[in-house]
Design a protein around this ligand. Structure first.
Ligand code: ATP
Ligand code: MG
Length: 692
């Protein structure tokens, strides 16, 4: 039946043209100035919720209105989803023409350009993108080949090697400087680092692999050269707009300079107080140096906040006023009313969880949809207890960021099958896959890889390899599977889902053999299959998966999707740029937020403070900060400790909040600050409310 199904065509969306004056109508004077700015560089530097993103949307709409062709506009955002949302909003202003605007992340755009122009620059088509952990694995091969693993016991691990490499590439800080700054214990190995990186680079070239950092690096290099190719690429766009500019790094700034060589029509918006990715090489110097890199740049500050109530702003303004360096101003709003943010002390983690669930149900009953509420935390694992409770109470939620889904061993196993089909030279994936097979061990796996290399990785190389007797059955099964998949079409609806299903006919049994906790793992694979439904070719699917930035897994659309009424649980990082009616920030405990590993380092503490600021400024009407007093935590050596409230919530900040203690029945009153301002007994309020 589906074969001859009729296609229902989408009609072009016509919207009454509004005209420039009208398009600027939803903006205040400063925002309108930015949105209607004529050609030339423009920097909007402004605090949270002042309408930076909204201004960008209107600017895109106005450019289209002015007759700029949509495919000559590039909108760069931090996640794929935010580009989609911004273009959907532009569509409401100017109609479906906005759909042809090029929007996406820097990495995805780099990927698109390299697929199209890379070959002319010596990057063979059909390259495979490695994710962070693949890159680490490849680094490990280099480390082992150079004999640095065994002999030198103190030689850094693959993660450290990759971190230093990535930081060097993204920031251009010399390796020696990174070592003495971050890893003084490894300074003596500077020369070895260089050798590992050289080998790693050669390996990537041999195998036609491209790592995450290469995407940006190649793009930068392409547009910095002289000659027709660079001109062609930098001539692709007449206008480039960038959201969240504070979280771009040095390479990204080079890319923008290269892309804007001829026209300088670059609009960037950002907030230095929300810079939270310096651990990945982002630098607020990009904002500060913008006028220098783009002489004549117009600078538009925005100070009116449209998101939050004044009591919430009083609290967040105070919090960020403690930051050491800061360029954006305090924010104000014309919104009136609203209650002070709550600072909620809970006896322990279960009490914290109960508070969050009770309070969100209460708000829900008052008419706030679940999708207008979010629970934010410093790191993904901190929501475990809450997730269990939400599941038990049947409250739907989706979780953003911090998901190790794509890095989970069983997910990577399945992807390895698809990857060797896509790129037969991908020996990291071959090794992973061979080691899964019963009867194949390290020696056989390496032997098979050598044999394939000798046959120049031809597609029948694995079939021609003669395995030792023990491995024959596994070899046969694998050859059959790969042959079947190779025989399929290159592109078809549901193709990847079908391929994963076929892989699982072999793999699910292996999974049951090798891993504990089988059921959730199988559910992950179901999930992977669901995600793959949106892709009609293996190459597109693998690229999309690899391009997913580690902190922004929401892009893949986990959970039941934003159409439904679903609560959001998110890391603070992944909540960037978003807003909700009610926001809960949990685990406001020193050692949790800020994270323990930041405690000794002033710069890291500053970044954690900005991250807390990002989290708290997501709230429109209700903000709840919670912390458990007693933490049962074996990770920290002791089983039990009395915890300190996050250092960011100092006395001045607390004065802008109302203190609430959760009555946990057996709970003792909070030990900290007995003379605290008025205490509201939430449980009692709830009891009263439900007439119990
Ligand atoms: P962040 O720094 O968190 O990314 P932002 O500066 O990008 O924030 P937006 O998300 O664009 O701010 O805007 C915050 C909220 O204020 C949105 O709901 C937006 O629609 C609203 N808003 C912004 N400007 C106006 C305005 N002039 N009139 C009415 N609402 C506005
Ligand atoms: Mg924004």
């Amino acid at each position: 039946m589906t074969d001859d199904a009729r296609v229902y065509p989408q009609r072009p969306r016509e919207v009454e043209p509004r005209g420039p004056a009208d398009l600027a109508a939803g903006l205040n004077e400063a925002q309108a100035r930015a949105a209607t700015h004529p050609d030339g560089p423009l920097l909007v530097i402004a605090g949270a919720g002042t309408g930076k993103t909204r201004t960008l949307v209107h600017r895109v709409a106005l450019l289209l209105e002015r007759g700029i062709r949509p495919e000559r506009i590039l909108l760069l955002t931090f996640t794929r989803r935010s580009a989609q949302e911004m273009l959907a909003r532009a569509e409401r202003l100017v109609g479906s023409v906005s759909r042809s605007v090029h929007g996406g992340t820097f990495h995805a755009t780099a990927h698109r350009l390299l697929r199209r122009y890379g070959e002319a620059a010596g990057l063979p088509a059909g390259f495979t993108i490695m994710d962070q952990s693949d890159a680490g694995d490849l680094m490990q091969l280099s480390r082992a080949k150079l004999g640095l693993g065994e002999k030198k016991k103190r030689f850094p691990k693959k993660e450290t090697l990759h971190h230093v490499y990535s930081r060097h590439v993204n920031t251009e800080i010399p390796v020696a400087a990174i070592l003495s700054e971050e890893y003084p214990q490894f300074v003596e190995f500077e020369e070895e680092f260089g050798r590992v990186f050289a080998d790693y680079t050669a390996r990537k070239a041999e195998r036609n692999l491209v790592d995450y950092d290469d995407l940006l690096l190649f793009w930068a290099m392409l547009v910095e050269t002289d000659g027709p190719l660079a001109q062609r690429i930098s001539g692709l766009y007449d206008h480039i707009l960038v959201d969240e500019y504070q979280d771009t790094n040095h390479l990204q700034s080079r890319i923008l300079r290269g892309m804007c060589r001829t026209h300088a029509n670059l609009t960037v918006v950002g907030d230095d107080a929300q810079s939270i990715y310096s651990f990945r090489g982002a630098t607020i110097r990009n904002i500060l140096d913008f006028p220098h890199h783009f002489p004549g740049a117009a600078i538009v500050p925005l100070e009116e906040n449209y998101r939050s109530t004044q009591p919430i702003l009083d609290c967040t303004n105070t919090l960020i006023s403690r930051a050491e360096e800061r360029y954006t101003k305090n924010l104000y709003t014309h919104r009136t009313g609203g209650e002070k943010p709550w600072l909620v002390t809970a006896h322990d983690e279960p009490a914290q969880t109960r508070f969050v669930v009770d309070r969100l149900l209460e708000l829900h009953e008052e008419g706030v949809p679940l999708r207008e509420m979010a629970v934010l935390f410093r790191a993904g694992y901190m929501s475990a207890d809450l997730e269990i409770e939400l599941t038990a109470r049947g409250i739907p939620f989706e979780k953003w960021g911090g998901l190790k889904f794509l890095e989970a061993a069983h997910v990577k196993d399945v992807l390895a099958f698809l990857r060797v089909l896509e790129n037969p030279r991908d020996d990291v994936s071959w090794y992973r896959l061979l080691m899964l097979m019963p009867g194949i061990g390290d020696v056989t796996a390496r032997g098979a890889i050598d044999a394939m290399a000798q046959l120049a990785w031809s597609s029948d190389a694995f079939g021609r390899y003669q395995p030792p007797p023990r491995a024959r059955a596994a070899h046969g099964a694998l050859v059959e599977l790969l042959d079947q998949l190779r025989a399929g079409p290159a592109e078809a609806d549901g193709l990847v889902t079908h391929e994963i299903a076929r892989v699982r006919r072999l793999y699910d049994d292996i999974l049951r053999e090798r891993y504990d906790r089988v059921e959730p793992r199988l559910a992950d694979l179901d999930q992977l299959q669901t995600i793959s439904g949106g892709y009609s070719s293996r190459a597109a699917f693998l690229s999309a998966i690899a391009l997913e930035p580690p902190q922004a897994t929401q892009d893949l659309g986990f959970g039941s999707g934003s159409e439904d009424d679903t609560l959001v649980l998110s890391t603070a990082h992944s909540a960037k740029g978003r807003e909700w009616d009610a926001v809960f920030v949990i685990w406001a405990v020193d050692g949790y937020f800020p994270m323990a590993r930041a405690l000794g380092d002033d710069e890291q503490i500053e970044e954690e403070r900005r991250l807390m600021y990002v989290a708290m400024t997501r709230a429109r009407n209700h903000l709840f900060i919670t912390y458990p007093l007693n933490v049962y935590d074996t990770r920290r050596g002791s089983d039990y400790s009395i915890d300190q409230l996050s250092r960011f919530l100092d006395r001045g900040v607390r004065e802008t909040m109302q203190r609430v203690v959760v009555d946990a029945g057996e709970a003792t009153p909070p030990a900290a600050e007995p003379a605290a301002p008025p205490v509201v007994d939430l449980r009692a309020m709830l009891r009263g409310r439900f007439g119990a």
